[in-house]
Design a protein around this ligand. Sequence first.
Ligand code: XBP
Ligand code: MG
Length: 237
Amino acid sequence: GFKALIFDVDGTVADTERDGHRPAFNAAFAEVGLDWHWDASLYGELLAVTGGKERIRYFMTRAGIQLDPDRDADAFVADLHRRKTAHYLAMLGRGAIPLRAGVMRLWKEARAAGTRLAIATTTTPENVAELLAHAGEPNLADWFEVIAAGDVVPAKKPAPDIYHLALEQLGLDAADCIAFEDSDNGARAALDAGLKSLVITTNAYTAGQDFGAAPLILDQLGEPGSPPKVKVGELGG
Ligand code: XBP
Ligand code: MG
């Protein structure tokens, strides 16, 4: 049997992007007096690049935005991103972002079965801790043996690095684990790390994506009485 389940966070564990990360970026832009605004549609395009700092840089390049030559671009982006993270953490602190259907149930079932739990995400570690702290279960973060997150690896998804790190910290082979993702970038990361047992749960931003050789594509994990829909047409691998 499988020894561990490894979860992506954004889009998979919770629907964090459209009404979480996106408004947090916009709040940070407004705070420093920038007239940038990422609407839901533009944000969908910017999701092509994972990682908040990387996404800001991608936007600046796309929009042809250049800083004054005397300004340090890294420091500018880091400051904006720190502010964005503060806004995002405040939203999580208000309990504004619930877990997706079936996620808590699956975690409880895994624990009861002695299956280990891990996280592999591009988001900032504090964001994961705060999401788990407000998911309605005391000490939920302790359920996860490994939380691999953010800048601890040089290359974010679709690079496989964060999955390699999670596997290394678990001390397990890819063949012993199941990965859970919501996006094409995440699927590529997992598959390139050898995680062939990969469950995709799509959301509004990712429903039309490709997911490569992902063997199972659902619209949600589901709860009793509301089973997931399997996208048979996209089943492959
Ligand atoms: C999620 C992301 C994250 C969040 C922002 O990708 O790309 O960057 O949008 O998080 P995945 P930070 O679900 O594939 O891991 O701003 O904290 O980087
Ligand atoms: Mg994701």
